[in-house]
Design a protein around this ligand. Structure first.
Ligand SMILES: Cc1ncc(C[n+]2csc(CCOP(=O)(O)OP(=O)(O)O)c2C)c(N)n1
Length: 363
């Protein structure tokens, strides 16, 4: 006889008569399946009574009271916890209701994790239960055999805590997978930056935002961005342009970054992803079609502040300013080292704004 909350699949069971499986109504209160199993065991002490619950449902049961009464009345029920380390039903409902919402887009949905997992076996053992954690599927048959032996021969309650997919171990593997993808993202971004003086974000930000989200990608990238650009600005300072051009470009970029970074904190994740992908695609198309534009430096000086401001806004909101900033500098046809000096000064300003504003928003 089985009592279950959320997720028992009768089609995988051979049921040979009535009164074998009992579900509670899904909209009902969690915490029913173990007390119900205790009542059934009390009614028929010779029957095998199993209670199957999720880890969240188990906590709703008031387990200490249940194990205590199982011991006090010698009710040898078998409790099986399907432990996925989270309130998955809650996560699923949120994703269905708000597929584009902040919670659905985040890598770890807030308030759904049950990690760090409590040691449920110890709760059961406190009332003399036989309790085991089962970490690998191949260990399950032997754990079930031991459970049946204890129930039949010792007349003791048993708890099996089964770690199943979606639990912390799975998310740890996911983290390692993400890290494995981040290494080439940063590496190739860095190679491009080292070779050309710019362009790292155009490789790294889209990859990071696919694994996490746009704000995380932008915030993560400000960290390597700052020292590399300070280093380039300093190293190539003697190649800097004359007059106020670089200062105006970078200064208005800084103002734009304040505006853009504020947008990053407030715009919806899907809109930010759309902006990011549009920027990348527009940049690639523009580079393909208009690679031969030339703008004399003296004319460019007039546009420096406004282009810097727009570039800064894009940098702040999406982490990528290249379509505006780099394209603009490319059309001036600066010498390579002068280009690096100007663009690095621009990015130093961006990074200062981004790190301080993002930190103040807690991103
Ligand atoms: C008393 C009560 N509170 C809240 C709910 C809403 N609710 C339905 S399923 C669920 C999460 C169950 O988590 P778990 O048992 O770990 O199973 P999972 O969803 O992870 O498979 C919650 C909180 C409920 N049904 N009953």
């Amino acid at each position: 006889m089985a009592f279950t909350e959320l997720g028992l699949l009768p089609q995988y069971m051979s049921l040979s008569g009535p009164n074998r499986v009992f579900f509670n109504v899904h909209a009902d209160g969690l915490g029913w399946a173990i007390p119900a199993a205790l009542g059934a065991q009390l009614a028929d002490r010779n029957r095998l009574v199993i209670s199957m619950v999720g880890d969240g449902s188990y906590m709703f049961t008031n387990p200490t009271a249940c194990h205590q009464i199982a011991k006090a009345l010698e009710l040898p029920i078998l409790i099986i916890i399907k432990n996925n380390g989270m309130w998955n039903a809650v996560r699923r409902s949120v994703v269905k209701a708000y597929p584009d919402g902040t919670a659905a887009q985040s890598n770890t949905m807030p308030l759904t994790s049950l990690e760090p997992a409590p040691n449920f076996s110890m709760i059961a053992q406190a009332s003399r239960a036989h309790a085991e954690q089962v970490l690998n599927p191949q260990d399950l048959p032997s754990a079930l055999q031991r459970a049946l032996r204890v129930i039949r021969e010792e007349k003791r309650q048993v708890l099996l805590d089964l770690r199943v997919a979606g639990c912390g171990i799975g998310s740890i593997l996911m983290d390692w997978f993400n890290i494995a993808c981040l290494v080439p993202a940063f590496y190739f971004g860095g190679v491009l930056k080292g070779a050309t003086g710019a362009g790292a974000p155009i490789i790294a930000i889209p990859i990071i935002s696919l694994l996490y989200d746009v704000p995380t990608a932008v915030a993560a990238f400000t960290i390597p961005n700052f020292p590399s650009n300070v280093w380039h600005s300093w190293k190539f300072r003697s190649h800097q342009t004359t007059g106020m051009f670089a200062w105006a470009f970078a200064g208005f970029g800084l103002l734009g970054a304040v505006v853009g970074t504020t947008k990053l904190a407030y715009l919806s994740p899907s809109l930010l992803s759309l902006i990011l992908s549009t920027i990348v695609v527009a940049y690639l198309i523009f580079r393909r079609l208009k690679s031969d534009w030339i703008l004399p430096l003296d004319t460019a000086r007039n546009f420096g502040p406004s282009v810097g401001f727009i570039g800064g806004t894009l940098q702040g909101a999406a982490g990528i300013s290249a379509p505006v900033s780099i394209t603009f500098l490319n059309t001036i046809k600066l010498a390579r080292l002068t280009f690096i000096a100007v663009v690095s000064m621009f990015f130093v300003n961006m990074s200062v704004v981004q790190t301080t504003v993002l930190a103040s928003y807690g991103i």
